[in-house]
Design a protein. Structure first.
Lengths: 336, 325
């Protein structure tokens, strides 16, 4: 017992001493340390963000910078905030983050900016005063329009549908759903959304399968399903395949070709939508590095992003391009 | 008379000290008080709730609803402020009241109807989470006043020690310190703690000794709810939003702190200080490993291993000392 206390106090004494000596001798002026960049997905270990990691690493290699690609294993914004706290302590030069919530991530990003770290939001936006630029995959209006058009072609202009989403607080999905509803009113007024509250699946594929199975039973006159996250769509497709319901319910949404290949091949899903996640990771990382080098300034209107060429910048927002529609004819051309 | 400074707490303090030393020496950039204190802001909510959770576990109970209750109380705060146009001070009080009401519901269900705490709080965990999602329509509530955010993001004062070392001390950390002191006095220096441990050790005997077991239970769970309400205020301030999915999984984090701290999950023996040390050990381990560049998927594995090791150690210490610590 006494020995334990002695050791504890020894540790304390060593530390008190260490602190004093460190400040007594002036810290040696550090030679210019190499630039370090942190890139954070909403969640690790899913196809979509694995593909963005490939692009992020590619941009890093091209520009000769090691990229730390890390994020939480659940789509939890508070874990993201804690991890960014660590990155601030590590004195990274730039942070590119795909926030799970635009508001909740803002305080920690503002702290980063105060300490001179360049901040980019990608995939989903953060509050505008918390980041320099937002790297957007495509405009939310174009995502919404493409999805609704695919549904109209698949079922007809009077489709009865429901929407399966990630978490109910996911900012991207919420904006897309608002835009879908707006576009539906003008372009397809006879379509109807059978459930005003979307079905939450928390970026969990098994949950998406379960939720979709329940919906197939709960809505007998259901004709279409939008599954608008890259995890929800393969989950929903699995449910449709198990129930053998692919010929009466038309499923579409957003996911990577890799996750959807088998469902497209067996006809469970005819057409679905996405942008290129490899390019998205590439652009976000490229922009973050350019910011640290002063090659990208506040208020720029165009930005030359390596192999992607000129990218348009508008109101501190960069847009990657238009969404791609995948089907049985083109899916094999994509390897993400 | 129990010794104020027990062997187990000393051991935990030693683990924390050695960990801190090792990280400071081997992980560049770790030894920086400003950053360490900054990081502690994220631990305060779990730390606060760990205190009443220590009491609950000491009675051989459990409360799985604390995370959902934090979310629900936060939503009450956000809605009253945004839609009800309440002044922020009153909204804060209402959030604490909502937490207390939720805790009282837990306590009533458990003590009145004799439902096992695991079952009762599993049910209210879903209930509170459902209320939070329903009230907020599943969307987070932002644009909260700066004064609320200050509670979690602001500093009480700048701490100076040694020569030229200055670190801003987070205000919320002071709240945690005060709550721990209060919890410690209640647990280890008053009848509340004695009754609590007695109930956990042998409920039947406690009843025969004329301890008001149901009333104690009701009180402890209500107090836990109240603390959840306070934690929700700090949590809402820290992330600048009231969120229906706030504090997801917080219950497991809290229970882990308490168990690492040496409180027996089967009840009877409690240590408030141990729970707090458990909080700092888990937090410090995660922070140090992250700073050292360990990726998040491996981090979880290492934290899991730590939990198993401490559980084994605690059991060993308990049998070796014949249940005295």
């Amino acid at each position: 017992m006494r020995r334990v206390i002695t050791v504890v106090s020894l540790v304390a004494v060593v530390f008190a001493g260490r602190g004093v000596s460190e400040t007594a001798t002036p810290a040696p002026t550090t030679a210019k340390k190499p630039t370090s960049i942190g890139v954070m997905p909403k969640k690790k270990g899913i196809d979509f963000f694995n593909a963005t990691e490939i692009g992020a690493k590619e941009a890093g290699r091209e520009l000769g910078i090691t990229v730390d690609f890390d994020g939480p294993v659940t789509n939890d914004v508070t874990l993201q905030a804690q991890m960014i706290e660590t990155w601030i302590a590590k004195k990274y030069d730039a942070i590119a983050v795909a926030p799970n919530d635009p508001e909740a991530i803002a305080p920690v990003l503002q702290k980063a900016r105060k300490r001179g770290i360049k901040v980019i939001a990608w995939d989903a936006d953060a509050r505008k005063d918390a980041r320099e630029y937002f790297v957007n995959q495509c405009t939310s209006a174009s995502v919404a329009k493409t999805l609704m058009d695919v549904m109209a072609q698949g079922v007809g202009p009077e489709a009865k549908y429901i929407i399966v989403t990630g978490s109910l607080t996911a900012a991207n999905q919420n904006i897309w759903m608002d835009e879908m509803e707006q576009y539906r009113r003008t372009a397809y007024p006879k379509m109807s959304n059978l459930s005003e509250t979307p079905k939450a699946t928390e970026e969990d594929q098994e949950m998406a399968t379960q939720v979709t199975t329940d919906c197939l039973k709960a809505y007998p006159d259901l004709q279409g399903i939008f599954a608008i996250t890259s995890v929800a769509l393969p989950g929903a497709a699995e449910a449709l395949r198990k129930a053998g319901a692919a010929d009466r319910v038309f499923l579409t949404g957003l996911a990577t070709p890799k996750a959807m290949r088998e469902y497209v091949k067996d006809g469970t899903v005819k057409r679905f939508v996405l942008w290129n996640p490899v390019d998205l990771g590439y652009l976000a990382t490229y922009a973050a590095i350019a910011l640290t080098r002063g090659e990208l300034q506040t208020g720029a209107t165009t930005f030359k992003a390596g192999r992607l060429g000129e990218v348009k910048v508008q109101d501190s927002e960069m847009i990657l391009g238009d969404p791609i529609i995948f089907d049985a004819n083109n899916i094999d051309a994509f390897n993400f | 008379m129990r010794s104020a400074f027990l062997l187990r707490e000393a051991a935990l303090l030693l683990v924390l000290g050695v960990m801190f030393a090792a990280f400071s020496i081997f992980v560049p950039g770790f030894y920086d008080w400003t950053n360490v204190f900054d990081r502690t802001r994220h631990w305060v909510a779990a730390g606060l709730i760990a205190i009443p959770m220590t009491f609950i576990i000491a009675t051989a109970g459990i409360d799985l609803s604390v995370g959902s209750l934090v979310a629900m109380s936060g939503i009450v705060l956000g809605l009253l402020y945004r839609d009800g146009h309440w002044p922020i001070g009153l909204a804060v009080l209402a959030a604490i009241g909502a937490g207390m009401a939720g805790g009282a519901l837990n306590g009533a269900v458990i003590s009145r109807f004799g439902i096992p705490p695991l079952v009762a709080t599993l049910a209210t965990m879903a209930l509170f989470s459902g209320v939070a999602t329903g009230l907020s329509k599943g969307r987070p509530i932002g644009n909260l006043p700066a004064s609320l955010q200050w509670l979690s993001q602001g500093d009480a004062f700048v701490l100076r020690f040694g020569q030229g070392i200055a670190a801003p001390l987070p205000f919320s950390l002071l709240v945690l310190a005060a709550a721990t002191a209060l919890g410690w006095v209640l647990m280890h220096r008053s009848w509340v703690g004695r009754f609590t441990e007695f109930i956990g050790e042998n409920e039947m005997a406690a009843r025969f000794a004329a301890i008001p077991v149901p009333r104690m239970r009701l009180g402890i769970y209500t107090a836990c709810g109240l603390v959840c309400g306070v934690a929700s205020v700090l949590y809402t301030g820290l992330y600048a939003t009231a969120r229906p999915d706030a504090a997801r999984g917080l219950e497991l984090e809290v229970i882990a702190c308490v168990v690492i701290g040496g409180t027996r999950i089967s009840g009877g023996h409690a240590s408030v200080l141990g729970s707090l040390l458990g909080l700092f050990i888990i937090g410090m381990l995660k922070y140090g490993l992250q700073m050292g560049g360990v990726k998040s998927e491996y981090l979880i594995i290492l934290v899991g291993i730590l939990l198993i090791l401490t559980a084994v150690f605690n059991e060993w210490l308990f049998t070796r000392t014949g249940g005295k610590t």
